[in-house]
Design a protein around this ligand. Structure first.
Ligand code: ZN
Length: 108
């Protein structure tokens, strides 16, 4: 575990399984709250404001996948939910493998 000691996103750094529409609504509500107070910023730049369009109680798109990052430490988080099949999904911190882009060896 190499996650930061940032206190801003400490509560967000645990995986939350989403197994019901109620839990998805709760997750969206929490995320929207953090976006509103600036704790999180949207990292999925290609679809700005996407989550803001979602209704707290649905209807939702069949599939939701959205990334956010902590405005303090940059830790990334992902909200994934497949609403079509019964709202199965999860909230999780995105843990990138370290060292994969630290040494770029130029081609000989
Ligand atoms: Zn943080």
């Amino acid at each position: 575990m190499e996650l930061s000691d940032c206190t801003s996103c400490a509560d967000l750094r645990e995986v939350v399984q989403i197994t019901s529409p109620g839990q998805l609504a709760q997750a969206i509500r929490v995320v929207r709250g953090h976006l509103a107070d600036g704790t999180l910023v949207e990292a999925s730049r290609d679809i700005p404001g996407y989550l803001g369009l979602l209704q707290e109680r649905g209807p939702w798109p069949d599939y939701i996948e959205h990334e956010f990052s902590c405005s303090c430490c940059g830790q990334r988080f992902r909200l994934v939910a497949e609403t079509y099949h019964g709202a199965g999904g999860r909230w999780e911190p995105v843990v990138e493998a370290r060292g994969t882009r630290s040494h770029v060896v130029p081609a000989a």
